[in-house]
Ligand binder design. Structure first.
Ligand code: HEM
Length: 147
């Protein structure tokens, strides 16, 4: 089981209380689709992903970015139980959606960049360390079905 320090717990909660989830989710997903274009293959039914402008303004991308962030918020509320919290999501991504689990890390990197931009100077090294740990646990839990 993952051990969290008091600082890490407080920092992760604090990050999620400060960020605008409706902005961060869509921004991170859009970036992932722009920076790592092979991730677009899973979103064929989302319509126009022709270039960065089309991706960023695509209503399906925006809506799904919010869904992903809601998924992350569930992990924040269940820090001691992220694996169980994500058991179904892991099955969905592996067995139904056939998402290559390497892609979870790519989206996590995009989340870090967008959160860093939102928090500005508050995103210190210590804060980043806590957030990266959180994302690593999320990525591992989502990948559980593949292990
Ligand atoms: C931080 C990592 C991720 C989280 C927290 C996450 C979360 C979610 C959630 C909550 C759903 C909705 C599940 C449902 O409807 O029951 C979902 C669906 C989906 N996810 Fe992920 N996901 C992540 C990463 C990825 C990545 C990296 C990809 C592909 C590159 C991906 C592809 C999809 C697709 C294609 C769907 C179905 C979309 C639809 O048909 O509306 N996910 N994800």
């Amino acid at each position: 089981m993952v051990e969290w320090t008091d600082f890490e717990r407080a920092t992760i909660q604090d990050i999620f209380s400060k960020i605008d989830v409706d902005v961060v989710g869509p921004a991170a997903l859009s970036r992932c689709l722009v920076v790592y274009p092979w991730t677009q293959r899973y979103f064929g039914k989302f319509g126009n992903l022709y270039n960065a402008a089309a991706i960023t303004s695509n209503p399906n991308v925006i809506a799904h970015g919010k869904v992903v962030l809601e998924g992350l918020t569930r992990a924040v509320k269940n820090l001691d139980n992220i694996k169980a919290t994500y058991a179904e999501l892991s099955v969905l991504h592996s067995e139904k959606l056939n998402v290559d689990p390497d892609n979870f890390k790519l989206l996590a990197d995009c989340l870090s960049i967008v959160v860093a931009a939102q928090l500005g100077k508050d995103f210190t090294g210590d804060v980043q360390a806590a957030f990266q740990k959180f994302l690593a646990v999320v990525v591992s839990a989502l990948g559980k079905q593949y292990h």
